[in-house]
Structures are given as structure tokens and as C-alpha cells.
Design a protein around this ligand. Structure first.
Ligand SMILES: [Zn+2]
Length: 216
């Protein structure tokens, strides 16, 4: 397997966040707009009933249980997802994951592509810089909080929890972080309004924060 390009996957998701008029959480993946592309979302069931194609045929007998992409043209893509899956978080993740394959222009399906699509989904649904900003503002982050606020499944939320309090990875590209934080400022304000703000200006914490953010 070629090495997954984590940096590009994350940067591509950040780029899309920056281009949206508004950012609110959980991210509504179906409302995301992409430059020069028309992405249509439909459940397998809905698509099957409208086209007369059988659901099992569409999903290749369940091989694509969660979701798949139909490439209509370069500009028009359809993301089909399984609306019968009980976990809403898993459905949301699948939509973001498939969008990742499209944005990252994946031509094949391999382990590298799967990792990149998941990295993209993770950054799209819960941008690392936002998570760090919430921590910096003394918000106590728990798995339940991530599930509730960002609509992630328990497994995905647990994986995000591993990032809490950690330095950004070496290959993290912080290019869009400031503008993402700016776009999320109302959300951050709302989430942290009950916290004691005085420590925010504490020099030690500020230094700690800078080490954490810029020690790349
Ligand atoms: Zn995939």
C-alpha cells in the first residue's frame, strides 16, 4: 500500500469547510456545496423506488452495505446510502466518507483510499482545530459530548477523543485553521459561555497552547 496522504485529505476537508456560507454542527453533509460539482444524496430505497432498480442490485448484494457512489458524469455524482442502518452517526460518517472519495478524486478502492476518505470525514465532521479550540477554552470534552454535538457514532467519537490534549500531528496543515475557527466563533462562544473565562488569558495556558499548536 502506498502511504495515505493524510495531510491532503485533511486539507481538502478544511478547504470545503471554509467555502461553506455557514458552519453549524452536526455538519449536514447533504447541504455541502462543492465548486463545479453537483452531488445528489439519496437513500438506496428512495433511488430504487424511483429508478426501478433493485436495492440489492444497487448495493451489489450488500457489498456496499453503508453507501456507494454512482458516477454520472465528472460533475454529477450520486451518493447512495443505507437509511436502514440504525446508527445515525454511522450514516453521517458514510456520507462524509463517500464525499471524501469524490473530493480526493479516488480512482480505485484500496486501503489507502479508505484511510484517506476516513481522514477527510473526520476533519469535515469535527475539524481538529475546533476540537483544540474548545479544549483551549476549558470545555470538558467527553465521548458523549462529541456524539451529541457532532453527530458521530460512538466508535468515531472515541477515536476523536484520542486527539484531545494531544499535539497536532507533524503532517497537520494548519493553513485554514484560523478561518475555520472564525467561522465557528458563534458555536465556540455558545459552547463555552458557562466556563470561567479568566484562565483563557492566563499566560501559562497561553504559552502551553502555543506550544501545542505550533510545535510542528
Ligand atoms: Zn470508501
Amino acid at each position: 500500500m502506498n502511504n495515505p496522504d493524510y495531510k491532503n485529505a485533511r486539507k481538502s476537508a478544511s478547504e470545503i469547510l471554509v467555502l461553506q456560507d455557514e458552519l453549524s454542527f452536526p455538519i449536514d453533509v447533504e447541504k455541502i456545496t462543492l465548486k463545479g460539482k453537483n452531488i445528489i444524496f439519496s437513500s438506496y430505497k428512495n433511488y430504487a423506488s424511483k429508478t426501478g432498480i433493485d436495492v440489492s442490485e444497487l448495493s451489489c448484494n450488500g457489498m456496499f452495505e453503508d453507501a456507494m457512489i454512482i458516477n454520472h458524469t465528472d460533475e454529477v455524482k450520486i451518493i447512495l446510502y443505507n437509511s436502514d442502518i440504525e446508527s445515525k452517526g454511522r450514516i453521517l460518517w458514510s456520507k462524509a466518507h463517500e464525499l471524501g472519495h469524490i473530493v480526493l478524486k479516488h480512482k480505485q478502492q484500496g486501503e489507502k483510499e479508505e484511510i484517506e476518505a476516513n481522514t477527510f470525514a473526520s476533519q469535515l465532521l469535527l475539524p481538529q482545530c475546533l476540537l483544540k479550540e474548545l479544549v483551549k477554552n476549558n470545555l470538558r470534552i467527553t465521548t458523549d459530548y462529541i456524539i451529541t454535538k457532532f453527530g458521530l457514532s460512538k466508535a468515531a467519537a472515541e477515536s476523536c477523543m484520542k486527539l484531545v490534549g494531544k499535539k497536532l500531528e507533524n503532517n497537520y496543515d494548519a493553513y485554514y485553521d484560523d478561518i475555520i475557527i472564525f467561522k465557528c466563533s458563534d458555536f465556540i462562544k455558545n459552547e463555552t459561555k458557562n466556563n470561567i473565562r479568566s484562565s483563557y488569558y492566563d499566560n501559562d495556558i497561553e504559552d502551553e497552547r502555543n506550544n501545542w499548536l505550533y510545535d510542528l
